[in-house]
Design a protein around this ligand. Structure first.
Ligand code: AMP
Length: 221
């Protein structure tokens, strides 16, 4: 008997970019995920179903075994700091970078080598604290849930840590990148217990997805 696999996928852009990879492995949702209000989406393969949830909830679903596999951004994984997950595959989708950014005027006379104490607005509190602690830099971190770019413009913080793709959002708000924290892309993660119990099914899925990622990279080249 084939094991059933539940895959938790982050809503929005990651779901959109995951569907073609799944399709390349022969898995398609039974209903259009953009139209459907169902939270559990059956697929054309009776042993595979998708749960489409908020990005920050994906590691929790996988950690507790509510999903066997998850597709989630590296930014969310870095922030989660949880146990019970294996990172199996870089899906190379939803790529961007996690950056420290600041107003252009500050950047013109700023040198990261001189940083001793920083006041930073971000939603990546743990990642930011870890990054600077490793360099012996003290941080006062102001937790925000969105629109980080606004914080330096209104004096809430001197700098921000946020994801940057084209750089348009920073530019539009007079901010510039000053230091990179990490390259970000979406990862396939697995629950550790599921990895033991459903080894063959997960292994087969990983190998198929690895092929799909490779195929999509070759097409893009
Ligand atoms: P951009 O203007 O293209 O540099 O995009 C920056 C904005 O989009 C910021 O608000 C980011 O938080 C968000 N963003 C960019 N790339 C991603 C990504 N891969 N995943 C989630 N949010 C992203």
């Amino acid at each position: 008997m084939t094991d059933t696999l539940t895959i938790a996928v982050s809503k929005g852009r990651i779901l959109k970019e995951t569907l073609p990879l799944l399709a390349a492995t022969g898995i398609t949702p039974a209903e259009d995920p953009n139209e459907s209000r169902k939270l559990i989406l059956p697929t054309n393969q009776s042993n595979v179903r998708l749960v489409v949830i908020r990005a920050t909830d994906v590691p929790t679903y996988v950690q507790f075994g509510a999903a066997d596999l998850g597709v989630v951004g590296k930014d969310v994984l870095m922030e989660f700091e949880g146990r019970g997950l294996y990172e199996l595959l870089d899906l190379k989708i939803s790529r961007c970078r996690m950056m420290v950014a600041e107003p252009r005027a500050l950047a013109e006379q700023d040198d990261p080598e001189d940083w001793r104490h920083l006041r930073i607005a971000t939603k990546y509190v743990n990642t930011t604290r870890r990054h600077f602690a490793a360099k012996g830099i003290q941080t006062e971190i102001i937790k925000l849930y969105g629109s980080m770019e606004l914080a330096p413009l209104v004096g809430l913080a001197d700098r921000i840590v946020d994801l940057v793709d084209t750089g348009n959002t920073l530019r539009a708000n007079g901010l510039v990148e000053i230091e990179q924290i990490a390259d970000i892309s979406s990862r396939l993660v697995a629950n550790k217990a599921a990895m033991r119990m459903k080894y063959d099914a997960i292994r087969a899925m990983v190998e198929q997805l690895r092929g799909a990622v490779k195929g999509s990279a070759e097409r893009a080249a």
